[in-house]
Ligand binder design. Structure first.
Ligand code: EPZ
Length: 418
């Protein structure tokens, strides 16, 4: 099992380019099932989860021609709708294939998705089961598999009891081929959802108000396929901005969308971090003192849960008391134990809240990465800690960050993959 070896503290400098968003790529790949025409996807991040999504799609029979960060996919050769449980168990986003398969082929079978350990009770899928029932699908469950069938999906008016990104995307896509007009209420508003809707509309779908809490979709018989450029990864953008602040470095983050990380930039103002933004870049200036600033994670456009881990690390270097309130996931704060081992002064009040008293000097340690966002947070901590840090289980980091060691080394990080 490969590891990262990081020697700190580091002073970084220069420019780092943001890659395509994992959580946009993992939706457009299954969305290609909605049309039998060939789709061309560009700016794909070269990460494990994208490889898994491609593997799952070709296992169904699709034709995929992938080179570097580009892929051409035609799904008119799909010959089965049973999602391979061995492949689906490897990543949570495999759930995204269910809606498009049901919408296009009127049947699908799949296992309970595997992958992330951060959600309550193995990341439930009740929102998906309820949603498919609302569209009139027959559902049966046997030997660990769900089997869905329909004569033809019917549009519906459906209120999500919980705001869910992938559930919103699933039923927005499914409704594209369902007969009638669907209204989805209490939807997530992440930028990846609007990007997906804009693409589907360019192919003949009729989706209105994506990116707001209520989305209306007029069903159509079929849609064509076109080119899709994966949008910049806002979580990479935020992670690199926090890295610059943490190591008191001057860093320019390019090919990004500053609009998508507003909640972080508002927090940066409160912390006293100087930065400048342009159309597609953020430049972080060297800062001296960091002022503690509490945050509470929230669905978009609020402070993203995926930036909570790196932000928590940053607060260990800020002067004063800060409270981090993680409202989305039950286990995402568990990684703070490792920060305490590195020397941080953190008290866990309950599974959703920690109090940090900073600044405290961090020291290198042997760490294990429980999930990909905690993984990048540990790299950020290690790059500013005194001494050597060893991080294992880095598969979790490679899942979401392309060549992270090589890219950080180009801006001066002392990080080696062993
Ligand atoms: C998406 O996950 C992202 N993943 C997550 O990024 C991100 O953290 C999350 O949205 C919130 O922003 C992808 O887009 C592939 P949810 P998603 O459904 O859609 C509960 C990363 O690090 N829930 O919005 O799966 C769930 O347990 C990943 O890139 C149910 O109760 O998240 C959680 O508490 C991590 N029942 C809450 O909803 C369900 O059926 C939000 O989950 C589904 C979810």
């Amino acid at each position: 099992m490969s590891k990262f070896l990081i020697k700190g503290p580091n002073k970084l400098k220069g420019e780092i380019t943001v890659k395509g968003a994992k959580n946009s790529a993992l939706k457009i790949i299954p969305a290609s099932i909605l049309s039998s025409d060939e789709i061309k996807i560009t700016n794909l991040p070269k990460i494990e989860d994208v490889d898994k999504a491609m593997e799952l799609l070709s296992d169904l029979g699709a034709n995929i021609d992938k080179k570097e960060s580009q892929a051409k996919i035609s799904t008119d050769t799909i010959k089965k709708t049973d999602i391979n449980p061995k492949l689906a168990n490897k990543f949570r986003a495999s759930i995204m294939f269910v809606g498009p398969l049901l919408a296009r082929f009127k049947e699908v079978s799949f296992p309970h998705p595997g992958g992330c350990v951060i959600g309550a009770g193995g990341r439930p899928i009740d929102l998906f089961i309820e949603g498919f029932k609302a569209f009139g699908a027959q559902i049966e469950q046997s030997d660990g598999l769900y089997r869905l069938k329909t004569e033809g999906l019917k549009a519906c008016r459906h209120f999500f009891p919980l705001i869910s990104v992938t559930a919103t995307e699933t039923f927005m896509m499914t409704a594209v081929l369902a007969e009638g007009t669907t209204i989805l209420e209490n939807c997530a508003m992440e930028p990846e959802i609007k990007a997906l809707a804009d693409y589907l509309n360019s192919c003949g779908a009729q989706i209105e108000e994506a990116g707001t809490p209520n989305i209306t979709i007029k069903g159509v018989k079929r849609i064509t396929a076109k080119d899709f450029r994966v949008i910049p990864d806002r979580i990479e953008t935020g992670s690199f901005a926090i890295l610059a602040a943490m190591t008191k470095s001057e860093l320019k983050i390019t090919d990004c969308e500053p609009e998508h990380v507003k909640a972080l930039l508002v927090a940066f103002d409160k912390i006293g971090i100087k930065f400048e933004t342009g159309k597609d870049y953020i430049k972080i200036f060297k800062n001296k003192k960091l002022i503690a600033n509490s945050i509470k994670t929230h669905e978009y456009p609020g402070f993203p849960t995926d930036l909570q881990s790196p932000y928590t690390v940053l607060m260990t270097q800020a002067e004063g008391i800060s409270i981090i309130h993680e409202t989305i996931y039950d286990r995402r704060l568990l990684f703070v134990d490792m920060l305490s081992q590195m020397g941080a002064n953190i008290v866990m009040c309950d599974p959703h809240r920690v109090v940090i008293n900073g600044p405290s000097k961090l020291y290198g340690k042997k760490l294990t990465s429980p999930d990909l966002r905690a993984g990048i947070a540990m790299i950020i901590a290690a790059l500013s800690a005194e001494g050597t840090t060893e991080i294992d289980n880095i598969y979790q980091i490679d899942r979401g960050y392309e060549n992270i060691d090589e890219r950080l080394a180009t801006i001066g990080a002392n990080i080696k993959r062993i």
